[in-house]
Ligand binder design. Structure first.
Ligand code: 5GP
Ligand code: MN
Length: 342
């Protein structure tokens, strides 16, 4: 972090702190936020975590969950109050204020100083203190680094360790993605040493499905998977009616895209979902095809090179047509077989 000394100085006396994270927080977004909140509370700061929206139930075990203000779910007034009173606002796991919906305007206009801690590409320039690295697999890895740099490693207790571990486990795809560096194992070793129960975290996040979700995945795999072998692409397009039929809840479609990407030879996978208010897309790739570029250029989105998302304000059918046309436009890149592993 640049200005680290000034940042450290700032935290020396108790502050009113808000921690916010992106729309529909995932395990890294929420885990980083709640771990940082627990740590800052131990340092006698007053801390409020504001999520722009709700998030999946499989994250609700994290310590501090019950105090999270969900802006879009009745938490507007209290969130505004907390942001208004804040001396310092931490923005975690997103690089652009538009990723936090209306909360973004409140943060931008607030008199508080801002701290950006993130690992997404192309950070917007709005924060006075920035801990940013695209080399980090997860924001949780950066939170761990920050606590270590503040020489407070011993304040990492079991609850903080498990929230951070959850973020790292999911953002590395359970230690499967190329972002799984030596540092990741070093950090996770430290977290386990401080009490993180890795089997518990894995069970709570991955093996905690509702029957509806499992049936929905079965249906999607059987009926909705479209594979275009000549373009090494596979995707699902899901209608609003299908979501309703399977009583889909926040988080139920998470991970679906990975089934498409797991097919032999596939290097580009997508899930396109009609969320009624807009069509949301998740993109994943293996190798050199940058889904971040693809999402940014065509669907007002972004993310990382191999994992990104975007949005479309046309119908599901129109979005799918546009997506298929774009596949043809990217034919040269997509049709070549990448030999990723010897
Ligand atoms: P997911 O597909 O799991 O929702 O998101 C994959 C990655 O892309 C995450 O890092 C997420 O933050 C980012 N992402 C997802 N949707 C959007 C979007 O609409 N805009 C931007 N800028 N990033 C997104
Ligand atoms: Mn992340």
């Amino acid at each position: 972090m640049q200005n680290f000394e000034a940042f450290k100085e700032k935290l020396k006396s108790p502050k009113n702190i808000v921690i916010t994270t992106h729309h529909k927080p995932d395990a890294d977004a929420l885990g980083s936020s709640l771990a940082l909140a627990s740590y800052l509370k131990k340092k006698n700061h007053k801390v409020t975590v504001v999520s722009p929206t709700d998030y999946p139930d499989f994250l609700s075990w994290m310590v501090g969950n019950d105090d999270v203000l969900k802006y879009s779910e009745g938490g507007k007034g209290k969130s505004e109050e907390a942001i208004d009173e804040a001396d310092l606002i931490f923005c975690l796991d997103f690089s652009s204020l538009k990723r936090i919906n209306e909360v973004g305007d409140l943060v931008r206009e607030s008199k508080a100083e801002k701290v950006l801690i993130d690992h997404h590409l192309e950070p917007e320039d709005f924060a006075q203190y920035v801990l940013w690295s695209t080399k980090a697999a997860a924001t949780a890895e950066l939170i761990h680094q920050l606590i270590v740099d503040l020489k407070d490693q011993d304040l990492i207790d079991k609850d903080i360790a498990e929230a951070l571990y959850a973020g790292i486990m999911t953002d590395t795809g359970s230690f499967k993605h190329p972002n799984t560096t030596k540092n990741i194992f070093d950090v996770c070793g430290d977290l386990v040493g401080r009490g993180a129960d890795t089997a518990k975290v894995a069970k709570l996040i991955y093996d905690n499905n509702s029957l509806n979700r499992i049936k929905f995945i079965g249906y999607a795999l059987n009926e909705k998977l479209r594979v275009i072998p000549e373009l090494n692409t596979a995707y699902f397009a899901i209608t609003a009616e299908e979501l309703e039929k399977f009583h889909s809840k926040t988080g139920d479609t998470e991970g679906l895209v990975n089934y498409a990407l797991s097919i032999e030879g596939i290097k580009f996978a997508a899930v396109i979902i009609d969320r009624t208010e807009a069509v949301k897309m998740s993109f994943r790739s293996v190798g050199d095809f940058s889904v971040n570029e693809f999402a940014k250029k065509n669907f007002s989105g972004g993310g990382h090179k191999n994992a990104a998302g975007g949005i479309s304000h046309t119908t599901l059918e129109e979005t799918v047509s546009k997506f298929e046309e774009l596949l043809q436009e990217n034919k040269n890149e997509l049709s070549t077989k990448t030999k990723i592993y010897a």
